[in-house]
Write a protein that binds this ligand. Structure first.
Ligand code: SF4
Length: 238
């Protein structure tokens, strides 16, 4: 679990921050209910994935400590449920999270987001997420032909169609959806298609992280990415 204090500031850098830097107003908590995952992505950074799931006792202790701290310090809380694959813990785990938080009667706002591979987005889970206004970030690396090679199920079978099914269900329930695309030299050709797919469906679109190839990441932007961005910027200006 990682915790990051964030500051409220005006994005326009020519203006002064609304809240001074020494007075954060919210705390972002990256929580990992399991490191287990049902996929075998080629670029996965997770080593041995344990099948363990965070116990209810640990969950309650974590929520209580963080939320009480935030209440005492006038901070709102923003939980990002990460993994592994966080949806592997099932809908009852998340129901427990929301029920327990409700029982604490907090004064300050608490929001939730899930970063998921999108293959386990079934109706019971999505109903709970919709009810509690949880936004979801789904990893999708382009068209099926490429995505399924890089992000297959553990047994090697394709995931792309399953993710699209889950996205449609989530969209039907008015859940806020963001798509995260990991780009490399091999799939950068699909970036415009992915951008248009997100725009058409009103999904937000993010890119993660820009590497030259799967096995030797470096910090230089890919030339194709720079070209894509420049074209988008030009289009937005016209
Ligand atoms: S979805 Fe892929 S990258 Fe994420 S934990 Fe599972 S195998 Fe790793």
């Amino acid at each position: 679990m990682g915790i990051k204090e964030s500051e409220t500031s005006n994005n326009n850098c020519s203006h002064k921050p609304i809240v001074p830097p020494d007075k954060p107003h919210s705390l972002t908590i990256l929580a990992e209910p399991t490191s287990d995952c049902n996929l075998a992505c080629a670029y996965c950074y997770k080593g041995n994935k344990s099948h363990k799931i965070m116990s209810h006792l640990t969950l309650e202790n974590m929520l209580k400590k963080i939320i009480l701290y935030n209440e005492q310090h006038n901070l709102s809380s923003s939980f990002v449920w990460h993994g592994g694959e966080p949806t592997m813990v099932g809908q009852n785990f998340f129901k427990k999270v929301f029920d327990y938080i409700d029982s604490l009667n907090c004064k300050h706002s608490i929001s939730h987001a899930i970063q998921t591979n999108g293959t386990l987005l079934n109706d019971p889970l999505l109903d709970i997420l919709a009810e509690h206004k949880v936004s979801i970030g789904v990893s999708l690396d382009g068209i099926a032909e490429y995505h399924d090679r890089i992000r297959p199920f553990k047994k090697g079978t394709p995931t792309h169609h399953k993710i699209l099914e889950g996205l449609q269900k989530a969209k039907d329930k008015n859940i806020d959806i963001g798509i995260l695309m990991s780009i490399t030299n091999d799939n950068i050709a699909y970036i415009t298609e992915m951008f248009e797919f997100c725009r058409k469906n009103r999904f937000t679109f993010g890119i993660n992280p820009i590497t030259a190839d799967l096995h030797s990441p470096h910090s230089e932007p890919l030339p194709g990415f720079v070209l894509f961005l420049s074209r988008r910027l030009c289009e937005d200006r016209n």
